[in-house]
Write a protein that binds this ligand. Sequence first.
Ligand code: SF4
Length: 257
Amino acid sequence: MEIDRKFYGNNSHKMFTFLLMIMLTFVLAISAILFYLASKESPLLYQVIIMGSTIFLSVIAMLILLTIFALMLLWYNKKIPRIIKVIMEISINTSYPIIMTLGQLLKYDKNTIRGAYTNLNNQLVLSTKYSVAGENILILTPHCIQKSFCPHKITTDVYNCKRCSLCNVDKLLEFREKYGVHFNIVTGGTLARKMIVDIRPKAIIAIACERDLLSGLMDVKKVPILAIVNKRPEGPCVNTHVDLKEVEKAILHFIKE
Ligand code: SF4
């Protein structure tokens, strides 16, 4: 399936490249200072520590460069070698606190940075081919997708929904029936994790706000996740909805044809 850029937004790679370039500049500047200090006459132990730190920083600089290279490949829709993909995943996961701090210093909104992380994750998942049976795909969404006035308790059983079409639950149930995927509504991260342990999916489609999606992505490392940010026209956690075309595209990306 062709990668659809609209699925993950256009600006993530630019912001990440910019923040990574700043990180790289810092790392190179510190390495240069340490290298200069190591070249001066000083006790052996001192020199060993400085050289060790310089080598460590050089490895970090190399990882950042490879990540920037991978971002470029993603941007130009090129195939990414497996090893670079792994490096990028490690780099994205470990750099989060630094990127977040740096981004906030540069006045980026927190949700913009979180959204960019989920977008990058999606790009990596979309650049990989899958062939997963419907029964091994899990769609997870928070209960705020249900209309607040709806009296039916769908968190215990989604089929308590009366299919009135006033919220996305009806259509998501249709996807469940059409593709044979799991579809569950959860009240929080703990329940979401329990669902994942119980169902043991081979692919997950997660629908939530930027903060919850990122926390899920940081928690679940071994299962590919396509993360879809929900829409919140009435503010957070009430009467949210999702672009159903994105959900169906995500199913079609994972599912065995
Ligand atoms: S589709 Fe209708 S019945 Fe089903 S959860 Fe939404 S509002 Fe309730």
